[in-house]
Design a protein around this ligand. Structure first.
Ligand code: FAD
Length: 278
């Protein structure tokens, strides 16, 4: 069972607990992006099981009338076992979700996966117009070109700073430089995209910049944040703009939870306080 200390960042172990969390979010005018935790599978069984889980999740979302979509990781859908398997599995999940009118985000993992992820996204986005989105990372130097390529693809794009520790010869490693790059990529996307822009950030300066771009260009956008991070800001922003919360669930919660904890000293303090209060 999920220990109480982890449930700030993870919605539980079952899809039912995740959808119950989304139901409560919807009451606050926040939509859910549901992710079944899992990555880097080296066996086909786990890939098949997670694909089946996502198909069932899409059916449950459609049947529940909730404001929710799903987000999948390429290495969860077989990319570590080969691009063919990933293509087959992600197509299968997106086809099933599209049949239920449920939107699918494809998360972006480290730079070795970028080409395969964008190629799969482009094909699926052309087939299911308005039904698929992909994430791009401002810390990678290549992203500027990728963002230009995606301007002609009929899908949504989520902009993030980038969560992976990438080599210095292909990535920006200085925080200020990543922020400037992030702002500049947003400016480009708001000016040129018509499929919609998603701002996956908790950084007030990046969100301000996105709102300013939205006001200048009128492009549709949404703000996306993680469960358990700046929840008050999520509530405030939801009064004026579309806000989505990324809601992970599943029994592989440990590595996700430790990543969130170690990202911020404030979160370690939160964990220690929770342990002392028990
Ligand atoms: P930061 O500069 O890291 O943080 C800005 C401020 O936000 C901080 O000062 C703090 O106040 C607050 N904050 C940020 N993180 C935390 C935290 N954990 N706990 C408490 N406060 C915090 N990355 C990928 O590489 N691929 C993906 O597919 C991907 N998908 C994402 C989807 C969503 C919805 C979100 C929100 C992020 C995603 N990320 C992804 C992660 C992203 O790349 C960043 O690593 C992460 O969002 C932290 O960057 P930031 O923009 O929030 O800004």
């Amino acid at each position: 069972m999920l220990p109480p200390i982890a449930n700030r960042f993870v919605a539980g172990e079952s899809p039912a607990t995740a959808l119950e969390h989304v139901r409560r979010l919807n009451e606050r005018d926040i939509a859910g992006i549901v992710n079944h935790l899992g990555e880097h599978y080296d066996d086909r069984e786990s890939v098949r099981a997670d694909a089946a889980e996502y198909r069932a999740l899409a059916r449950d979302i459609a049947a529940s009338d909730l404001q929710a979509c799903i987000s999948v990781k390429p290495s969860q859908l077989g990319l570590d076992l080969g691009e063919d398997l990933f293509r087959e599995t992600v197509t299968n999940v997106v086809d099933a979700a599209a049949a239920e009118d449920v939107f699918v985000w494809i998360d972006m993992e480290d730079h070795t996966t970028t080409d395969a992820t964008l190629d799969a996204f482009e094909e699926l986005a052309r087939e299911h117009e308005g039904g698929v989105g992909v994430c791009v990372q401002a810390n990678l130097e290549r992203t500027r070109e990728d963002v230009e390529r995606l301007a002609d693809v009929p899908g949504k794009v989520r902009f993030v700073k980038g969560a992976y520790d990438e080599p210095a010869d292909i990535a920006y490693r200085d925080g200020d430089q990543i922020d400037r790059e992030y702002e500049s990529l947003l400016e480009y996307a708001f000016e040129r995209y018509d499929g919609g822009v998603a701002v996956g950030s908790h950084d007030p300066a990046m969100i301000e910049h996105a709102i300013d771009c939205h006001e200048r260009y009128g492009t549709d956008f949404e703000i996306q944040m993680l469960m358990g991070v700046r929840e008050d800001a999520q509530n405030d922003l939801a009064a004026e703009y579309p806000v989505y919360q990324y809601v992970p669930y599943g029994n592989r919660w440990k590595s996700y939870f430790y990543r969130r904890l170690t990202e911020r000293t404030g979160n370690v303090r939160f964990a220690l306080r929770a342990l002392l209060d028990r």
